[in-house]
Design a binder for this molecule. Structure first.
Ligand code: P53
Length: 476
C-alpha cells in the first residue's frame, strides 16, 4: 500500500525562546521574546521597554531545556523521531546582534545539542530566526525597518552555516515571515521584525519595508549557505492559514483571492525570487515608496529557496463588505467565523481538510518539496491523580490531520518531506506566553505563574505518536 516515502522526516518542532530558558547564560543577550510578559486568550502579551522588575516574563526560564536537553532528546529518541526542529537563538551567537565576532559559548551550546541529536540518529532541522531577534537591534536600529539588519542577519547565518554544516542539513531562514501581514496588531510586527510603531504611524509600508529587507537577507543567506556547502537544503517558513470565501458570491471569491495574495506573496518572493505584479501595483495604488534597489532585485533572484516549510493550525474565512469596494484585506477586520468547523479554546478553527487543501495549494503554485514543520492542538491538559494525561482530543486532532496529509501525498501526488508537530514537549505559547496552552506528547510540570517542578512525563499521545512513526503513518 502506498504511503509516505522512505526516509520521511517524522519528528517534532519547538523554538529556542519557547523552551530553552537560560536567558542570561553562556553570554546570551536579551531577545525580543525576553521583553514580552505573559498574556491569555484575548489578553495580549505586554511588550515592555526592556526587562522591568516585577513582571512575569515566561521565556526567561521557559522549560529549562538549556539544562535538560539531554533528558528531553532521549525522550524524542524514544518517540522514534527522525528529525527535531528547533531554532538557534540569535542572541546566543550574537548577543547584541551587531558584533563582528560570534560568542563561542553560544556556538558550543548548539554543537553539543546537535551532537546529542545525532547520537540517536535524529536530524536537526534549524530555523535561523524564530521570533527571537536581539532586542538591541530594536532599540538601536529600529528593528527591520533598518537596512543595516541585512548585514547582521547574513553574518549570523553565515557563521551558523559554517559552524554546523556537517551536523545540520535542513535550514529555514525566517519563521512565519508572513505573520506580519497582520500589522494592525502589535504582536507579529514585533516578533517577526522587531517593529515598534509610533502612535499614528502608517504601519503598512513599514511592514512591507521590513519584510523586503528580510527577504533580501534570506536570499543572501541562501546564496551564502550554498557557497559554503552545496548539500545544505535551505527553505522558507510560511504560516499557512488558507483563507476561504464565506460564500460563492463572486465578490466573496475575489475577496478571498485578494486576502491570499496579501498573506502569501512572501512565498512568491522566496520561491520565484521576484515580487508578484499584483503587489507592485498595490504599492503604486497606495503610494508606498519603498527602498527596493536594483541590487536587492538581483539578490532575490539568486537566493531562491530549496523547499517550503510551513505551519498549519487552522483555516480562515473572509467575505466582501459594502464599505470595502476595492476588496482590500485587513487581517484585523476581514476575517469571519466559519460555521462548518469547530474552534479550539483559543478560538483557532479546527480544519483537517484545510491541510490537504494547503498542501495542494502550495504544490500547484510552486512545485517545490513541502515540509509541514508545525501542526498541533493547543489545549488545556488535566493531570490525573496518578500523573497521567488522557489527551485523546490531541490524538484525534493529529490523526485527522495526518490522514488528510496522507491523501495529499497518496491521492494528489504532493511531494512532502516530513511532518514535525508543534511543541512536541510542552512549552511557552508564542501568542499568549502561557504554559497552559499545551501541545506536547510530553507533559512539563509548570503553570502560567511559573510554578512547578519542571518534571517531564509522557501523555497518552506519546505512545500513540510513537506508533504512528513506527508504522510510517499507517497506524493512526
Ligand atoms: P501559540 C499565529 C498563527 C499561527 C501560528 O502558537 C502562530 C501564531 C503566533 O501565535 O505561531 C506559530 O504558541 C509559531 C510558534 C507558536 C505556534 O505557532 O500562540 O511558529 O512559535 O508557538 C503556536 O499557540
Amino acid at each position: 500500500m502506498p504511503g509516505f516515502k522512505e526516509g520521511f522526516l517524522w519528528g517534532g518542532a519547538v523554538a529556542a525562546h519557547q523552551l530553552e530558558g537560560g536567558w542570561k547564560e553562556g553570554g546570551k543577550g536579551v531577545s525580543v521574546a525576553d521583553v514580552m510578559t505573559v498574556g491569555a486568550h484575548g489578553v495580549p502579551r505586554e511588550i515592555t521597554n526592556g526587562v522591568l522588575p516585577g513582571k512575569n516574563y515566561p521565556n526567561h526560564e521557559a522549560i529549562d531545556f538549556y539544562h535538560r536537553y539531554k533528558e528531553d532528546i532521549k525522550l524524542f529518541a524514544e518517540l522514534g523521531f527522525k528529525c527535531f526542529r528547533t531554532s538557534i537563538a540569535w542572541t546566543r551567537l550574537f548577543p547584541n546582534g551587531d558584533e563582528l565576532e560570534p560568542n563561542e559559548a553560544g556556538l558550543q551550546f548548539y554543537d553539543d545539542l546537535f551532537d546529542e541529536c545525532r547520537k540517536y540518529g535524529i536530524e536537526p532541522v534549524i530555523t535561523l530566526s524564530h521570533f527571537e531577534m536581539p532586542y538591541h537591534l530594536v532599540t538601536e536600529y529600529g528593528g527591520w525597518r533598518n537596512r543595516k539588519l541585512i548585514d547582521f542577519f547574513v553574518r549570523f547565518a553565515t557563521v551558523a552555516f559554517e559552524r554546523y554544516q556537517h551536523k545540520v542539513k535542513y535550514w529555514m531562514t525566517f519563521n512565519e515571515i508572513n505573520n506580519q501581514a497582520n500589522f494592525h496588531e502589535d504582536f507579529a510586527p514585533f516578533t517577526n521584525s522587531g517593529l515598534k510603531y509610533e502612535p499614528g504611524e502608517d504601519r503598512e509600508p513599514v511592514m512591507f519595508q521590513a519584510a523586503h529587507y528580510e527577504l533580501v537577507a534570506s536570499a543572501l543567506a541562501v546564496k551564502a549557505g550554498r557557497e559554503i556547502n552545496p548539500s545544505l537544503q535551505i527553505g522558507c517558513m510560511i504560516a499557512m492559514c488558507p483563507i476561504y470565501p464565506l460564500s460563492c458570491a463572486p465578490n466573496d471569491i475575489m475577496m478571498a483571492m485578494n486576502a491570499m495574495h496579501r498573506r502569501y506573496w512572501f512565498t512568491d518572493v522566496h520561491v520565484r525570487g521576484k515580487y508578484p505584479q499584483h503587489l507592485l501595483n498595490y504599492f503604486e495604488r497606495r503610494g508606498f515608496a519603498l527602498d527596493i534597489t536594483a541590487d536587492d532585485i538581483a539578490a532575490l533572484q539568486q537566493g531562491c529557496v530549496d523547499y517550503i516549510g510551513f505551519s498549519y493550525y487552522m483555516s480562515f474565512a473572509t467575505k466582501a463588505t459594502p464599505d470595502n469596494p476595492q476588496l482590500d484585506y485587513d487581517e484585523s477586520k476581514s476575517l469571519v467565523s466559519n460555521p462548518y468547523v469547530q474552534k479550539s479554546d483559543w478560538g483557532w478553527q479546527i480544519d483537517p481538510v484545510g491541510l490537504r487543501y494547503s498542501l495542494n495549494w502550495f504544490w500547484d503554485h510552486y512545485q517545490l518539496p513541502l515540509f509541514i514543520v508545525e501542526n498541533g492542538f493547543g489545549a488545556i491538559d488535566v493531570q490525573e491523580s496518578d500523573g497521567t494525561v488522557n489527551d485523546q482530543y490531541r490524538i484525534d486532532y493529529l490523526a485527522a490531520h495526518i490522514s488528510e496529509m496522507k491523501k495529499a501525498v497518496v491521492e494528489d501526488g504532493v511531494d512532502l518531506m516530513g511532518y514535525t508537530p508543534w511543541g512536541c514537549i510542552d512549552l511557552v505559547s508564542a501568542g499568549t506566553g502561557e504554559m497552559k496552552k499545551r501541545y506536547g506528547f510530553i507533559f512539563v510540570d509548570k503553570d502560567n505563574e511559573g510554578h512547578g517542578t519542571l518534571n517531564r512525563s509522557k501523555k497518552k499521545s506519546f505512545e500513540w505518536y510513537q506508533n504512528v512513526i513506527a508504522t510510517n503513518g499507517e497506524s493512526l
